[in-house]
Design a binder for this molecule. Structure first.
Ligand code: ATP
Ligand code: MG
Length: 321
């Protein structure tokens, strides 16, 4: 079973990324052929600051390693180090129906949030399809926000196979129901580009400030509250154990849930869960040459796989004359 997923170095990685994708990927390390990559070409659709993109890429790599990804047990690389993906993207874009891409809501959401409506942003799903199909992935663990893009990848794989003969594995999404959409501190989907995140590696006062800023309603402490419509409750659910969550649930429905105290409890849980990883991240970042060496080795392994698929594609479509 080949499992693949990527993450954009478009800002500090956050707990939505962790629960939506990183945790699942790391837990699949022993049992699958695992492909994990930092998709810097995708991040170019929203980041046009060279320094920010370059340091973001190294930081994202350090994040994964600090959280426990073992580069010897997977293929771990930076997308742009295997530019073959761009050639496959072009081939796929020539069979991508405009209507299929025009229906993608991620593009519309990002434009509504002020990201420039470039051709790159519009064709983001085609590059993502190329990522997945190039490595012949069976499963792609993602958050719910990427479900539609996965559909595009499947449609393009099926279309290509029908048109040119069996070439690509048709990938399946893997979306965990409980962590499908982690809310941000404002209640919308937590997203790097929305500025509403709780970054995994934030600490101290800055982290406290972010947690205390989680938006809640103005219901007085003693009044009953609706847990299903509460951001803070949804975030607590990701960290607190079952027994504690039952107590919190009863405080919500019967009255007595004090948002301020619950936020402090969430802060403790965050520190407990990510404290050690934060220290490890600092160690990785103190040696960028070692990080680059790990990524270069990963890129070699990825390119070997990519070349096999790309040779086949070139032959299928008539680029090998
Ligand atoms: P951007 O705002 O730049 O798009 P992002 O925060 O949405 O950044 P991505 O790099 O686009 O992060 O996504 C990486 C992975 O994390 C994807 O699998 C995506 O589905 C998942 N993911 C992102 N945000 C969430 C979220 N709030 N809840 C669950 N999964 C998420
Ligand atoms: Mg995103």
């Amino acid at each position: 079973m080949k499992i693949l997923s990527g993450i954009q170095p478009s800002g500090q990685l956050h707990i939505g990324n962790y629960f939506g994708m990183m945790q699942t990927m790391i837990s699949n390390m022993e049992s699958s052929e695992l492909y994990v990559f930092i998709v810097d070409l995708h991040a170019l659709t929203s980041v046009h600051d060279r320094e920010k993109l370059a340091t973001g890429t190294l930081e994202a790599a350090a994040d994964f390693l600090a959280l426990g990804l073992d580069p010897d047990k997977c293929i771990f690389w930076v997308q742009s180090d295997v530019p073959e993906v761009c050639e496959l993207m072009w081939a796929l874009s020539t069979i991508s129906p405009m209507g299929l891409l025009e229906r993608c809501h991620s593009y519309k959401d990002k434009v509504a949030k002020g990201i420039a409506p470039s051709h790159g942003l519009f064709s983001y799903p085609v590059l993502m399809a190329a990522d997945i199909l190039l490595y012949q992935a069976d499963r792609v663990p993602v958050g719910k926000d990427q479900k539609q893009h996965l559909e595009v990848a499947r449609d393009l794989a099926i279309k290509f196979n029908n048109q040119y003969g069996e070439t690509f594995v048709v990938p399946e999404p893997a979306i965990s129901e409980t962590t499908a959409i982690v809310p941000g501190i404002d209640g919308q989907k937590m997203s790097k580009s929305y500025g509403n995140t709780i970054p995994i590696f934030l600490e101290g006062k800055q982290l406290k400030k972010r947690v205390m800023a989680i938006e809640t309603d103005a219901t007085p402490v003693e009044m009953p509250k609706d847990p299903d419509n509460c951001n803070l409750y949804k975030l607590m659910q990701l960290f607190a154990d079952k027994e504690r969550m039952e107590q919190i649930h009863s405080l919500y429905v019967n009255g007595g849930a004090a948002y301020g105290y619950l936020k402090l409890e969430l802060l403790d849980l965050l520190n407990e869960k990510f404290g050690k990883a934060r220290e490890k991240k600092k160690e990785y970042l103190s040696d960028p040459q070692m990080l680059r060496a790990i990524l270069a080795k990963g890129a070699d392994k990825a390119r070997e796989k990519a070349t096999v698929t790309l040779d086949l594609v070139r032959d299928r479509i008539g680029l090998s004359y």
